[in-house]
Design a protein around this ligand. Structure first.
Ligand SMILES: *Cc1c(COP(=O)(O)O)cnc(C)c1O
Length: 397
């Protein structure tokens, strides 16, 4: 017995449709597939992501190659695929051969260029990452020419086709002062890049992109040619502030529907007498005779241990507290008063059951983290089940 993840891929399509409506027809919509598709399960989500996004953004080479494998297997038209994370020279050779765009963020691009030139295959398609204020990857605007001096020697092995940046502070705020400063740094960096390419006699037409979900939704001047949406494609708002800003900026709040539901079967129900302790550390003591249900899910599966003593699950449409500590492979919940609760019932850990709902945001609150971490930490080992609609729980044998 194990918990499983249900995926409503129609919601994924609808969310991308909503985002398309927001950014308008002149801006392409790219979906971010990193983190095992934000924990949803890359293999299960990929057909829908491929069908409904214009570009797919991976963090690792292997994710990008998984897209190409799916296309080959199903005879699909190849989509633009971009690796936004770091890669090794040997990965660059494979990515060039697969016609995947790589993001070059520092002088190590020179090693990739050498490897690609030596391999003698197709050129490496490159987007240049500019660090405009996150202090993560990318060239500072004033270092573009020196940081990319090696392009002069790369010859035909490298083609610079785009430029990007990433915002530091668009989710936690309702005023975008930092983002506006980053946009002007981006402008300076783009000018420096174009000047450098011109000096090298290279093409200067560049695809520009900067916006993740929050800026794509609430900062129109950040959208450029294409937006890179992650969390919102999966039906989650980046933050409450983004939702509030969307109402102000767009006049309406787009409808985002969570793609993911997480369920677990009840493996046992029993009554323990008043005074019993529950779980490791004896952190919970039952004040009355208590019907406890044991669920085969724990922190190994991504159920946060910090939610111990705070979390709820849904059983038969009722909220049931998690008693005591979250264990590696188990949680124990209080089903006292849930009429008929029994082995085989399906508990909902995240998602809807009848009128009740547990959101990733709520679980993040219990675990003192953000919903991004809640979903991306869902175990890759959990079974993914594609469902037509978020199904109502039914008993399993
Ligand atoms: C993760 C990421 C995104 C997507 O962010 P969301 O807030 O999930 O939409 C976009 N761009 C880059 C560079 C990222 O790392």
């Amino acid at each position: 017995m194990a918990s499983w993840v249900e995926l409503d891929l129609a919601a994924l399509a609808e969310n991308l449709g909503q985002l398309r409506g927001v950014v308008g027809a002149s801006v392409r919509v790219g979906a971010v597939i990193k983190g095992n598709a934000y924990g949803h399960g890359l293999q299960a989500c990929l057909p829908a992501l491929h069908a409904h996004a214009d570009v797919l953004y991976a963090i690792q080479a292997q994710e990008a190659l998984a897209v190409r494998a799916l296309e080959a297997e199903r005879g699909l038209e190849p989509k633009q695929v971009v690796v936004i994370g770091a890669f090794l020279p040997e990965e660059a050779v494979a990515l060039a051969a697969a016609d995947v765009v790589c993001v070059v963020a520092d002088a190590s691009g020179a090693d990739a260029a050498t490897a690609v030139a030596t391999a003698g295959g197709p050129p490496l398609r490159v987007h240049v990452h500019l660090d405009t204020g996150l202090s993560r990857e990318g060239f500072l605007p004033e270092q573009v020419a020196s940081g990319l001096a090696w392009l002069a020697d790369a010859g035909d092995a490298v083609r610079v086709e785009g430029v990007l940046t990433h915002f530091a502070d668009t989710e936690d705020v309702t005023e975008q002062r930092q983002a506006l400063a980053q946009l002007s740094a981006f402008e300076r960096g783009c000018e420096a890049l174009v000047a450098h390419l011109e000096a090298l006699g290279r093409p200067t037409t560049l695809e520009r992109h900067a916006a993740a979900s929050a800026p794509a939704l609430v900062l129109p001047q950040s959208r450029f040619d294409v937006v890179r949406v992650g969390i919102s494609a999966y039906g989650l708002w980046p933050s409450r502030e983004t939702r509030l800003s969307a109402r102000q900026v767009l006049g309406v709040v787009p409808v985002l529907r969570p793609v993911l539901t997480w369920r677990a079967p009840i493996q046992a129900v029993k009554r323990v007498p008043a005074g019993s302790y529950v779980g490791y550390g004896c952190t919970h003591r039952c004040s009355h005779d208590t019907d406890v249900a044991v669920l085969p899910v724990g922190y190994w599966d991504g159920y946060p241990r910090l939610a111990s003593g705070r979390a709820h699950v849904l059983v038969r449409g009722a909220r049931c507290p998690v008693l005591g500590r979250v264990m590696m492979n188990h949680i124990v919940v209080d089903v006292t008063g849930v009429v008929g609760a029994a082995r085989g019932d399906v508990a909902t850990l995240l998602g809807h059951d009848a009128e009740e709902q547990i959101t990733a945001e709520e679980m993040a609150g219990w675990a003192q983290t953000i919903h991004y971490e809640i979903v991306t930490r869902l175990g890759a080992h959990l079974r993914r089940e594609v469902v037509a609609r978020a199904a109502m729980p039914v008993a399993v044998g």
